[in-house]
Design a binder for this molecule. Sequence first.
Ligand code: NDP
Length: 343
Amino acid sequence: MNAEAGEVVRISFAELVELLSAIFARHGAPAHLAATLAANCAMAERDGAHSHGVFRIPFYVSTLRSGYVDVHAVPVVEQFSPSLIRVDARNGFAQVALAAAAESAVAKARAGGICLVAIRASHHLGALWIDTEAFARQGLVAIAFVNGISRVAPFGGHMPFFGTNPMSFAAPRQGTDPIVFDQASSAMAFGDVKLAQIEGREVPPGTGVDRDHRPTTDPAAILDGGALLPFGGYKGSSISMMVELMAGALTGGAFSFEVDRSAFPGAQTSKSGQCLIIIDPSKVAAGDYASRVEALIEGLKAAGQERLPGERRYANRREAERHGIPLARKILAELHSLRDAAA
Ligand code: NDP
């Protein structure tokens, strides 16, 4: 879906969720799954996180139609210990698996100070801040890791190996939005490279290599037989390795390089893993955690940081709440077509 497609209209969050739900339902998702995925995509679009907003709808539809994900999967939640929840997503979407474990994860973190949620056999095609911010809004610190499909060469290599492997961190603040970062460990998220390809834009140097291992700024050359590169050279490569070990090995999920979608043409997700660490700062911090957070933020601003991670999204959210979510009319028409298409 091309975001640079002419006239822009505004749509409310509720209207967008309803439309996206209808699309997912049309293409095989039962009502509860359609509502979960729709809310997830609509939140990303509302916040201006375009690589995981409506742009992703055709990817979801293609995945649903491929039969790769079990849309009827009921996650099995194992309350393994006072600080560990293990979830078998049973080949369903990670958001559904996390929703099944979230309430007990909060209770465990509040009781014992920390809870690890290890989700395996799950598909994640969304933005990760949606998973962490929700915990921070309940006064908890959350860190999340997801691995995926091999697209990123390790440092020194040229072949896809790691997923784009995002990690997100969210910490509560008193009386205002949590501080949240959420970043792929590739130099650029796959969705942004794909968007650049669709819109005919080059990507910055250092984003990836072509099939002959040469550095390139052509998104098509990266996506067609080439590879993305990690951010920050060997440092980003090590972060990506950690994400594989946390989301893949620790959970019992697959590594990105093990994901095999070949039997499901059209599948756009990976059957891999997701791991979250949830901490109750009131149980851990020796002093007043909230005032320490504010002290750090004041220091950052005094030291010259112009904005905090997450602030751009929150500004977009406020704007969308006041005036509606901006969508190109052409994209809205494409969404209507997907809703009305033959299943
Ligand atoms: P970005 O590089 O756009 O942003 C990364 C983080 O840095 C964000 O928290 C952003 O905050 C913050 N940030 C950006 N610019 C500044 C600045 N000037 N000062 C301070 N902070 C800044 O994200 P990515 O492209 O790396 O990732 C995009 C999305 O893709 C993520 O949501 C990620 O979860 C998702 N993803 C999902 C995958 C999956 O398998 N499910 C795989 C890979 C990626 P802000 O948001 O406010 O701009």
